[in-house]
Design a protein around this ligand. Structure first.
Ligand SMILES: [Fe+2]
Ligand SMILES: [Fe+2]
Length: 303
């Protein structure tokens, strides 16, 4: 099975949006786009990365949020066009980021335009966690996505799972177990958790952190998913926490370090073999941009 993670494409343009037409926190997000983000997140880079991802022939594309900047419906429509080119809903597993659910009306817009790619949600519900975690099983792999994309106050990029979603996540991580009688049961599936915010305490500054990271850490330590993939902080990071491998991938559209990660996961007699390959921008020559291997890691999870 080949999984590819990409994240934080921030692909929308606010070129046709007037600063005066946006409200509240969206004004600060607009200024951030105008002064900085529009120069960093480039559509031509994302286009090349999208082609490179297709050339890798992934079985599943794991997209860990922040498709847009300030959660406007027009941005969400623009992102929907790219999503359909990226892959069909059965091939793309999407979880939202804080820039997607940026304003009180963003969640409904996402459900209207990304509905095929998101778990079904009650119309009119403002609970961004109600439909999560979402679980997809394929080829012995168990892919679990959560939503941490709460609407926050101005200048905050925090996230939160909430107690109810966290309890459901724990159950989802347990999954089917197997093992010889008398031995302690072991999970037979290879389990991968997708989350937008950094999952463990201390991985980023308070203003950008997951509020309940300490609670999630307990669940991760107890249930030990094989992989935890996240985004949000726009850099490439790898960290092993006990036997759990955590990876953050840089923004898919960044002129500085656009990246994606390839995970080849295979079941053998002695356990699950996983090989990770990081692919990063080789040059940022616009339409001529290309990607080259920037890191590799292999490990086995024995039975
Ligand atoms: Fe982001
Ligand atoms: Fe984010």
């Amino acid at each position: 099975m080949r999984l590819i993670q990409l994240t934080d494409p921030h692909l929308s343009s606010l070129e046709s949006v007037s600063f005066l037409s946006v409200q509240g926190k969206q004004k600060s997000g607009y200024l951030s786009w105008y002064t900085k983000r529009r120069y960093i997140h480039r559509p031509e880079i994302l286009e090349r990365l999208t082609q490179a991802v297709h050339d890798e022939s992934p079985d599943q594309i794991l997209l860990t949020g922040d498709l847009v900047h300030i959660g406007l419906e027009d941005e969400i429509i623009e992102a929907a066009r790219w999503l359909r080119r990226l892959g069909a809903p059965e091939q793309v597993m999407l979880i939202p980021g804080n820039h997607d659910n940026y304003a009180p009306d963003s969640l409904a817009a996402m459900n209207r335009h990304w509905g095929d790619y998101l778990p079904a949600q009650d119309a009119g519900s403002s609970d961004y966690t109600a439909a999560y975690p979402v679980v997809r099983t394929t080829g012995g792999l168990r892919l679990i996505g959560v939503s941490t994309a709460c609407v926050t106050r101005i200048f905050s990029a925090e996230g939160e799972l909430g107690k109810a979603q966290l309890a459901r996540l724990r159950d989802a991580l347990i999954g089917p177990v197997s093992g010889p009688s008398g031995a302690s049961p072991k999970r037979s599936e290879f389990t991968c958790l997708l989350i937008h915010h950094p999952p463990l305490p201390g991985m980023t500054k308070q203003r950008k952190a997951l509020r309940d990271a300490a609670d999630l850490q307990l669940v991760i330590e107890e249930q030990r998913p094989d992989l935890v993939l996240y985004g949000h902080i726009h850099c490439n990071r790898e960290r092993q926490h006990r036997e759990v491998h955590t990876f953050c991938t840089a923004s898919a559209s960044s002129v500085n370090n656009a990246s994606y990660r390839v995970f080849d996961v295979e079941k053998t007699d002695d356990g699950w073999h996983c090989r990770m390959r990081l692919m990063s921008l080789d040059n940022h020559d616009g339409a001529g941009a290309s990607f080259k291997p920037a890191g590799e890691l292999s490990w086995i999870r024995t039975w």
